[in-house]
Ligand binder design. Structure first.
Ligand SMILES: [Zn+2]
Ligand SMILES: [Zn+2]
Length: 417
């Protein structure tokens, strides 16, 4: 059996893994890599695909799947919440591509085919593909996210984490893991860093909100649509009647509430979603600023979405607070704003006088959690992918677990297992 790295080898973005056994070619994720300069790129080419398994609906894991339907029609195994969300994201990508005049590498026809050949697979259900029995395990990363276990008829087990979180949050339970795997393919986004305790971060966020409310000031919370926006609402539960909720976070929340069984406490979230003000139209936004002190909206890294409108209106107010609640990728408008105090996107550039803070509510396992995942799955081989420092992390794992063979392959590398 062989494992070929098609994407996210020694980098984050464009995840793709091929598991090859004789004529079987199983693809785990096939994502998009958004490049800082120039167009997005896809994982390496692959063909004669037997089946695709998708870990979750983030574009860096699913954004290139339609490409695999150009000439072939393999089954895509995923769950309904993931399928609904990728359709929402792909629809949005078409809209953005049209507006910003860059070409998409696939058309609506491929997306239609992808939907037609998708097969639903819930956690811990199994499906057989040639010599493999395949299962999905809750990965605790975003609603519906999954780790994928492939068990070969010879008994050999390969587990791919996708993006994973060991510890639970207010929104999600922590991941579930299979025991005794032979090969673990793990993300290592935070291979070099532990996250601060979530409770402490939540406390600091609430203190900022209390401060702002006492002064009648506005707080802007830019969020990811799926997962983070719902988690933020749960953290801010006691202020629900003071929150306006805007952007793609609304559509994502509608999807999430249809599939409440992926959440820790769906009833609680439902109650909050019924209290917060859903912003229905762009015309309402000026009134929202006057009436609602807390605005939770997309996009998380300020690359688009209604958050930009709110920022433009409030940029000169020094006591307005902007609370980033996650990682900001380099060169994104959010990161530039945090680092320089200027908002910059394409032709638009202006100084922002607001108070800016960043908190860490990561949905990825930190370094100690990654070590614990390795400890619990007892692999003989560990393949580190999806990290900016995969090689350093691999060396650390090899030092910590002297009986494990550890790899940090590049894209195109093939590992015999
Ligand atoms: Zn992800
Ligand atoms: Zn990812």
């Amino acid at each position: 059996m062989k494992i070929e790295i098609l994407g996210a080898g020694r980098e984050v973005g464009g995840s793709g893994i091929s598991i090859i056994d004789n004529s079987t070619n199983i693809i785990l994720d096939y994502g998009l890599k958004v490049n800082r300069k120039g167009p997005s790129s896809n994982p390496l080419h692959t063909q004669d695909v037997s089946a695709i398994f998708l870990s979750h609906s983030h574009l860096d894991h699913c954004g290139s799947i339609p490409l695999l339907y150009k000439k072939e029609d393999p089954p895509l195994f995923t769950n309904q919440i993931t399928l609904d969300t990728i359709n929402l994201l792909i629809k949005d990508s078409f809209k953005i591509a049209k507006r910003e005049k860059y070409p998409m590498s696939f058309g609506k026809n491929e997306v239609k085919k992808m939907n037609k050949f998708s097969k639903l697979l819930e956690y811990e259900e199994s499906v057989i593909v040639d010599e493999f029995t395949c299962n999905m395990y809750d990965a605790g990363h975003i609603p519906g996210s999954a780790g994928i276990l492939l068990e070969h008829s010879s008994g050999k087990k390969i587990f791919y984490t996708g993006d994973i979180k060991l510890d639970g949050s207010r929104l999600l339970n922590g991941c579930k893991l299979p025991k005794k795997v032979d090969v673990l393919i793990t993300e290592c986004t935070y291979g070099a860093k532990n996250h601060p305790g979530r409770e402490n971060e939540e406390k600091k966020i609430l203190e900022q909100i209390d401060d702002a409310l006492a002064l009648n000031e506005t707080v802007l919370v830019p969020v990811f649509a799926l997962g983070r926006s719902q988690e933020v609402l749960l953290i801010l539960e006691k202020y629900a009647d003071k929150i306006a909720f805007d952007g793609m976070a609304k559509a994502a929340s509608e999807i999430v509430m249809q599939y409440g069984h992926y959440l820790k406490d769906p009833e609680r979230l439902k109650k909050i979603l019924n209290i917060v003000k859903w912003v229905d139209s762009p015309e309402e936004r000026d009134l929202i600023i006057r009436q609602y002190p807390i605005i939770v909206a997309t996009a998380a890294m300020m690359s688009g979405g209604p958050m930009l409108y709110y920022l433009r209106q409030l940029k000169d107010k020094p006591r307005t607070k902007i609370l980033f609640v996650g990682f900001l990728v380099e060169d994104t408008p959010g990161r530039v704003l945090l680092d320089t105090g200027f908002f910059k996107k394409a032709e638009e550039k202006y100084k922002v006088h607001c108070e800016i803070h960043q908190y860490d509510l990561s949905s990825h396992a930190g370094r100690n959690e990654l070590f614990e995942i390795i400890r619990r799955t007892t692999p003989k081989k560990v393949i580190c992918v999806h990290g900016d420092e995969c090689e350093t992390f691999a060396a650390d794992v090899a030092r910590e677990f002297s009986n494990i063979e550890v790899y940090a392959p590049k894209n195109g590398d093939v590992i015999d297992v």
